[in-house]
Design a protein around this ligand. Structure first.
Ligand code: NAD
Length: 496
């Protein structure tokens, strides 16, 4: 993948309000996963590039933090309008570099815009609180102040949305910001930053550094970076969390997932089938909230198995820019190979391949990384396939005799990103909400993605930290609390 000399469409970094060339000698190809076409070459920035971005952000901070919150949100209103105007172009770019369908790309940008809208409420949300007379004549107040330079490191699977879990809140609260997009999908954020240039944000408030591990390490280690946000796989999340902690830094790291859905026999089966099919196979299963294991109870074993196999087999797979295509490719040939080999492991360990998406051939897109929807039935309760995050369009079916047994599957999982239940019973739903060991719960919902005004939760190995992205947590994360205790002598006030 690495090339000695960059081809045309050589990407640059955005530092101090300008697009600047990277100093690195390492580059990586950006490839369309549906066609194999080379789209661009992205620099893998080194510590020198990162240092320039941090210095620019640090220089912009004192003036930006003094800018009234009401003024700080004005560029965000402009950004919202620009994102709305350009949503189709951005969605097309997402499809080109990530592979998901145009409709999915557009839906992801809607969620991005939602975060911009919520951050526009910062003048209310950032307020502290106070109390007069904590002792006679003494008042106390808590005020929130921005941290300084903060950075976010994001994954390939939502090239447009995930940066927005951080950027709008970080700058609205008065911080200056550095984004490190995924080196596999850097084009979407280049476009977004071109829009940010038109919003009137002062130089250095938002910066972008392209790169991989070296850039991430340099951001974590730089003494002027105060906080790190990360979204990606669990091993990298754990690594970034511990490296940041060693530097005494505030850090929030969202990791991988293995999401379960429990289907009770009283569920509305056509609705459950449609929603679970969308969850498992939408975005080719490359969503951290994709359902990966369906646990059926009682007669749902047969009814759900038959209906989901039928629905999945009808999904139209292809290039996400073509009309009517419902599922695109996975991100890379390596990812396709890995997903197909995990299906083989499941088969060897006793699962029945009910629907086999391996060796998919998509006419006119022979070089694409396509895996069609795959369903494994009778997957053993403890096996590599039930424990591993597959991150592809593969749904495993397991059976349980009752809710206790079904919940035990979830307890055993190392991950806790999302758990869902399909039922028409209120008491079953309440029990599930109460007991399910996951941070995002869906009741008759397949992708329980929190709206921007709620935290994007995640438990166990799906999250390292305490404050999540989005919602009120974002304000907590991006501000330091300062408590002021105040006394003024009475005599002084009498003078005037
Ligand atoms: P990844 O961990 O490979 O990469 C994520 C980011 O980390 C990228 O910017 C990458 O450049 C950087 N990175 C990669 N290896 C690194 C290393 N060794 N040291 C430092 N930085 C490194 O993840 P990905 O493949 O891009 O994304 C898919 C993963 O993200 C899946 O596991 C998915 O579940 C997870 N994800 C989680 C959430 C969530 O909210 N919990 C959301 C989206 C994706």
């Amino acid at each position: 993948m690495s090339v000695a000399a960059p081809p045309a469409n050589k990407l640059t970094n955005f530092i101090n309000g300008q697009w600047v060339e990277s100093q690195t000698s390492e580059w990586r190809d950006v490839v369309n996963p549906a066609t194999g076409e080379l789209l661009a070459s992205v620099p893998l920035a080194d510590a020198a590039d990162v240092n320039k971005a941090v210095e620019a952000a640090a220089a912009a901070f004192p003036e930006w933090r003094r800018t009234p919150p009401e003024d700080r949100i004005q560029p965000l209103f402009k950004l919202k309008t620009l994102l709305e105007e350009h949503i189709d172009d951005i969605a097309r770019l997402i499809t080109l570099e990530n592979g998901k369908t145009f409709v999915e790309g557009k839906a992801e940008m809607r969620r991005a815009i939602e975060n911009v809208e919520v951050a526009c409420g910062i003048p209310m949300m950032m307020q502290g609180y106070n109390l007069e007379d904590v002792a006679r004549g003494i008042d106390e107040m808590m005020i929130r102040q921005p941290l300084g330079v903060v950075a976010a490191i994001v994954p390939f699977n939502f090239p447009g949305m995930i940066a927005f879990w951080y950027l709008p809140y970080a700058i609205a609260t008065g911080n200056t910001f550095i984004l490190k997009p995924s080196e596999r999908v850097p084009l979407t954020m280049r476009y977004v930053y071109e829009l940010l240039e038109k919003t009137g944000l002062p130089k250095g408030v938002v910066n972008l550094v392209n790169g991989g591990k070296a850039a991430v390490d340099a951001l974590i280690d730089h003494p002027k970076v105060r906080a790190i946000s990360f979204v990606g796989s669990t091993p990298v999340a754990r690594y970034i969390y511990s490296r940041s902690a060693q530097q005494g830094k505030r850090c929030q790291c969202q990791g991988g997932a293995k999401n379960h859905v429990i289907v009770l026999p009283d569920a509305d089966m056509p609705m459950a089938t449609q929603i679970i099919s969308d969850s498992a196979f939408g975005c080719a299963g490359q969503r951290c909230l994709a359902v990966s294991v369906a646990v059926t109870i009682g007669e749902a074993q047969k009814t759900f198995r038959d209906s989901i196999a039928d629905a999945a087999s009808k999904l139209r797979v292809g290039n996400g820019l073509e009309d009517g295509v419902q599922m695109g490719p996975v991100i890379s040939p390596q990812s396709k190979e890995r997903v197909e080999s995990l299906i083989g492991v499941g088969e060897k360990q006793g699962a029945k391949v009910l629907l086999d998406g391996r060796n998919a051939k998509i006419p006119k897109n022979e070089r694409g990384n396509f895996v069609k929807p795959t369903i494994l039935d009778d997957v053993p309760a403890t096996s590599e396939i039930t424990d591993t995050e597959i991150f592809g369009p593969v749904l495993s079916l397991v059976h349980a005799d009752n809710m206790d047994e079904a919940l035990a599957f979830l307890e055993r999982s190392a991950y806790g990103n999302q758990a869902s239940l399909f039922t028409s019973s209120g008491s079953a739903a309440r029990r599930f909400r109460y007991e399910a060991p996951a941070g995002n719960i869906g009741i008759n919902i397949g992708v329980a993605a929190p709206m921007a005004y709620f935290p994007f939760s995640g438990w166990k190995n799906s999250f390292f930290g305490d404050l999540h992205g989005q919602g009120r947590d974002a304000i907590e994360f991006y501000t330091d609390k300062k408590v002021v205790v105040e006394r003024w002598a009475k005599e002084h006030s009498r003078k005037f």
